[in-house]
Design a binder for this molecule. Structure first.
Ligand SMILES: Nc1ncnc2c1ncn2[C@@H]1O[C@H](COP(=O)(O)OP(=O)(O)OP(=O)(O)O)[C@@H](O)[C@H]1O
Ligand SMILES: [Mg+2]
Length: 505
């Protein structure tokens, strides 16, 4: 063989079974050196499982990996690091109270017992000078925006000299502008250096714009690899599903009867440090109305949603539902048909070790027909309801007895939606509901939110995805610094003005 190896990474016939479940079946993938390669597939197709095998978190049941055309066994993440493979996750893994420099230094796998911070910082600066991203080394992580944090995550891998960078949905926490900046810079690095990138994303726009090649997984098998220049989003969607994508029947916005349902009056909510995150916020949502709250993450949206869902105390002000004082107790939530889909539902709305069926019954398990006299649970009724919801919301795999924490990210989201959107809904609070969902699921979830609205629910949609708000909302509000700073309607929306308000100008 002459010259340098053509492929940085090859997976050959990789299979992975979890018990009886075949998460991957004979998947082969070749990552050209210096290329930007996208990995696409429906929720549950096996993308995260494949990259976890590459990173040594899982051992494949069958198959081999080649790095620079040499066979390697990757038994643990340490080994992956030694081979120059680094990974960035969807959620941040940085230590919030420490500085950027401290995070980058502490990421080194073999730290001396005593750290010479001065020398380490100098070394770090030299490395960073050679990289196309700049971040303020002295800044505390919790003072950074989501885009900057994601840059630090990527820099962490690059300063560890990784040559193969794996990104699992890295842009879901970023605004489109931040995503473009981050992906553009990484793309430039693949052109200018030896870096090879494998990126999992659900966004066709990112695939078409940045990737050189794309591999599609379908139900644990490789459905094909193609150059991006030789394909289209429609063809990729067809490859993902194994058929032409069927168009969702689109739920029209219907004129609904308006009656004030949810009222927030001068609400103040404190963050974890006791500082006000929501500052005297007043807001009303009528039945049959979707009010969208746009904003850059970290401006109080999370605390607002937590207060509404009873996961955080309110500092001052008051909440009312149907003109009654509302404190988000379990009983009030049930009586008012108040439903909530918080962000990161696995962490905030599930018990990961419990089964899908049990999680689907979390709201109702202590009532008939799921509980019988004496407090005994009626497992048959819980199982039957779970099976019906799993089918209606296409949760995959359709196994009610599986721990919910073993579902793929997108399927956890579907399961929680199934629980929150079944039965009567009078108030619906949703935060980033399409986070991590594949394109078909995004369309489906938006339909369901619209139809809850048409049936009279008062919907508060908190989303970092402005397009989503423009598509769904009847009114759009911008939240910045814990306050609502601007209001408009999607029809009258001026994107520049919205952007300025989001940035706090
Ligand atoms: N630790 C585990 N135990 C059992 N089953 C698992 C485990 N991890 C993943 N699975 C299953 O393997 C399959 C593939 O999951 P994976 O997380 O790889 O999907 P994905 O393509 O990343 O989906 P998403 O787009 O929703 O993130 C799913 O059916 C999932 O339920
Ligand atoms: Mg995944």
């Amino acid at each position: 063989m002459s010259g340098r190896p053509r492929y940085a990474l090859e997976g050959v016939n990789i299979s992975k079974r979890f018990g009886h479940l075949r998460a991957l079946e004979g998947v082969s993938l070749r990552l050209r050196r210096g290329s930007f390669h996208a990995l696409l597939g429906e929720n549950g197709a096996g993308k995260s499982t494949l990259v976890k095998c590459i990173m040594g978190y899982h051992r494949p049941s069958e198959g081999q990996f080649l790095i620079d055309e040499q066979e390697q066994s990757i038994d643990n993440p340490h080994e992956a690091h030694r081979l120059g493979i680094g990974m960035v996750y969807q959620h941040f893994t940085l230590i919030p109270n420490m500085s950027v420099a401290e995070n980058l230094v502490l990421a080194r796998p073999c730290l001396p017992a005593r750290i010479d911070w001065r020398a380490e910082t100098r070394r770090l600066r030299e490395k960073l000078d050679a990289l196309p991203f700049q971040v303020p080394l002295d800044a505390a992580i919790n003072s950074l925006s989501a885009g900057e944090k994601q840059k630090v995550e990527i820099l962490k891998q690059l300063t560890l000299d990784c040559r193969i960078l794996i990104l699992d949905e890295p842009t879901s926490v970023l605004t489109p502008d931040e995503a473009d900046e981050v992906l553009g810079r990484i793309k430039a690095m693949t052109r200018e250096t030896d870096l090879s990138v494998l990126i999992i994303t659900h966004k066709f726009r990112e695939v078409m714009h940045y990737a050189d090649e794309v591999t599609v997984l379908r139900k644990g098998r490789a459905a094909g690899t193609t150059t991006v220049a030789g394909t289209t989003p429609a063809a990729l969607a067809g490859m993902m599903l194994g058929c032409d994508p069927k168009r969702m029947p689109s739920t029209r916005r219907e004129v609904a009867v308006r009656e004030q349902v949810l009222d927030l009056e001068r609400l103040t909510v404190l963050d974890d440090n006791g500082e006000p995150a929501v500052r005297g916020l007043s807001l009303s949502v009528a039945g049959g109305e979707i009010v969208g709250i746009a904003g850059v993450s970290g401006n109080g949206q999370r605390e607002l949603v937590q207060a509404l869902c009873g996961q955080r105390d309110i500092g001052a002000g008051c909440m009312r539902v149907q003109a009654e004082r509302f404190r988000a107790t379990r009983e009030e939530i049930r009586r008012h048909h108040f439903r909530c889909l918080p962000e990161e539902p696995l962490r905030n709305a599930c018990v990961p070790g419990m089964t899908i069926a049990e999680n689907l019954a979390l709201r109702e398990f202590d009532r008939a027909p799921y509980a019988r006299c004496g407090g005994w649970l009626n497992r048959a009724a819980i199982g039957a309801r779970a099976a019906a919801l799993i089918e209606r919301f296409s949760v995959s795999p359709p196994v009610p007895a599986m721990p919910i924490g073993q579902l793929s990210g997108g399927n956890v989201q579907r399961a929680v939606l199934a629980r929150e959107l079944s039965g009567d809904v009078s108030v619906l609070i949703v935060a980033n509901p399409c986070f991590g969902l594949d394109f078909a699921a995004v369309a489906e979830v938006r339909e369901r939110i619209m139809s809850a609205r048409n049936q009279g629910a008062a919907v508060l949609l908190v989303s970092e995805d402005l397009e989503e708000i423009l598509e769904l909302a009847d009114r759009l509000l911008v939240m910045a610094g814990g306050r609502l700073v601007y209001e408009t309607t999607p029809a009258a929306a001026d994107l520049t003005l919205i952007g300025q308000h989001m940035a706090g100008h």
